[in-house]
Design a protein around this ligand. Structure first.
Ligand SMILES: Cc1ncc(COP(=O)(O)O)c(C=O)c1O
Length: 488
């Protein structure tokens, strides 16, 4: 989030400073809010001040908007507290933390069916967004190599993806000067298909991004089908276009509860996969991962070396310093849960999601877009216009602390307004029943208020989904515009 400098001179004294009253502690006066306090205070007093401010934050366990982990076991928290001081980049000082990162990359490569004969490479990141930047950069570099080898111009790269992508992909395109080719959604098709993807590809396409699953409704994009459509396109046009899978959530779900679904390195065009360790990898924020199919998919040119125990350690990252504790916690989870434990956790999340979506459908006014069969995530809308909207419902649900985002879909389906539920580890059947009780209460309330005037904005945080509505349109440039017509 970007923050501006607050103009102190325009503020009332009461807004300029915090005025806690701890009559048994040292502070009874004001403490400057936007400027460095002149003097020290006791640790306990500072703790109380900060702690009390944070009481106004939402309760993270009731936050059904976020995909990010909000509960970990005490032992994991303890390990994290023991390793807060380790900087991930200092491989020299903390070689064992680096070793755990390496083991995690290996475990993920194998979880994603990396073939034995291929030398997968990968690293941890601060989250899927950084991993997406790295994946996108590798695609761009490889495409440039291909174009140079063919003696062709390499100045107009584009990336093909559904308009439903998370905002990190818009960022990648804007920051690294790649034309985003956002394939529209329409009707009841809420994500990318193979047939649509190839219509937007040409020889300047650095890759196609397939999402497992969509931030908007939790559905998986058909990676294998996209692969096959790109095979046919190569036969026809000669363009060899790779796939990057954005498995921010699904790369930790599909291997455990949909093991037969082919979306990973079993699919030949999949060159790289990213995931968020801090989503269904079950670690507190921020850790992400990216794995490339083979050394060959990651251009040497992007790799920097840091000294490591007298030797050289290759790194590929956008940031430098980063906490080691999340990587340690990821390794803890892998050891602690194993395949079976992850399967149990993810299956439980899906059971709760399917139960909750089924019961919500029975309430009357709602229709499901998804049920939670891919990710344990589902979206629902109002069957027909009535005296309240999903935005009103989202707002009223907050009265007991529930955070359910309400948002509209991107271009072509802007009139489709939904509520979305992300079921994560720690959201029990009991909590689901409590949410259902509250939904029933609110539906009853709206039914008893025929004069209620619906509102059409508000809602809540949709984890990068709604940002599409707020995106600044890209200036027309030599690199093209944000939306393009199909080329085929
Ligand atoms: C599909 C998808 N990709 C990328 C991201 C960004 O992930 P992160 O928050 O780990 O940077 C998200 C976040 O919700 C997502 O759902």
């Amino acid at each position: 989030m970007l923050h501006g400098k607050v103009k102190n001179s325009t503020l009332k004294e009461s807004d300029r400073s915090m005025a806690p009253l701890y009559s048994r502690h040292a502070i009874t006066g004001g403490v400057s809010r936007y400027d460095f306090p002149e003097n020290e205070m006791l640790p306990q007093t500072a703790y109380n001040l900060v702690h009390d401010e944070l009481m106004l934050d939402g309760n993270s366990r009731l936050n059904l908007a976020t995909f990010v982990t909000t509960w970990m076991e005490p032992e994991a928290r303890q390990l994290m507290a023991e390793t807060f001081d380790k900087n991930m980049i200092d491989k020299d000082e903390y070689p064992q933390t680096a070793e755990l990162e390496m083991r995690c990359v290996n475990m993920l490569a194998r979880l994603w069916n990396s073939p034995d004969h291929e030398e997968a490479v990968g690293c941890s990141t601060i989250g899927s967004s950084e991993a997406a930047m790295l994946g996108g950069l590798a695609l761009k570099w490889k495409w440039r190599e291909r174009m140079k080898a063919a003696n062709k111009q390499a100045d107009r790269p584009n990336l093909v993806m559904g308009i439903n992508v998370q905002v990190c992909w818009d960022k990648f395109c804007r920051y690294f000067d790649v034309e985003p080719r956002l394939v529209p959604i329409e009707g009841t098709r809420y994500h990318l298909t193979g047939e649509e993807a190839v219509k937007y590809c040409d020889e300047n396409t650095i890759g196609v991004v397939a999402i497992m699953g969509s931030t908007f409704d939790g559905s998986y994009e058909p990676v294998k089908q996209i692969n096959d459509a790109l095979d046919a396109l190569q036969k026809e046009k000669g363009w060899d276009i790779p796939i990057h899978v954005d498995g921010a959530s699904g790369a930790f779900i599909a291997p455990f509860i949909q093991p037969d679904l082919e979306w990973d390195f079993r699919v030949p065009r999949v060159k790289s996969i990213n995931t968020s360790g801090h989503k269904f990898g079950l670690v507190y924020p921020g850790v992400g991962w990216i794995v490339w199919r083979d050394k060959d998919a990651l251009p040497e040119d992007l790799i920097f070396s840091v000294n490591y125990l007298g030797g050289e350690m290759p790194t590929f990252a956008l940031s430098f310093s980063r906490p080691g504790s999340q990587v340690v916690a990821q390794y803890y989870n892998f050891l602690r849960l194993g395949r079976d434990g992850y399967r149990r956790v993810q299956q439980t999340c899906q059971d709760v999601a399917l139960y909750l979506s089924r019961e919500i459908a029975k309430l009357g006014p709602f229709e499901l877009l998804t049920e939670g069969r891919d990710l344990p995530v589902f979206a629902f809308k109002l069957k027909e216009p009535t005296n309240f909207t999903v935005f009103d419902l989202s707002e009223r649900l907050r009265d007991r602390g529930w955070i359910l985002p309400a948002y509209t879909f991107p271009k072509n389906l802007e009139d489709l307004a939904v509520l979305r539920v992300v079921v994560r580890d720690g959201f029990s059947h009991d909590l689901a029943n409590m949410l259902l009780d509250d939904l029933r209460r609110h539906v009853k309330f709206f039914a008893s208020q025929p004069g209620y005037t619906p509102t059409y904005t508000g809602g809540g945080h949709s984890h990068g989904a709604s940002s599409h509505q707020k995106r600044v349109p890209r200036e027309p440039s030599s690199n093209g515009q944000r939306t393009v017509k199909a080329t085929k």
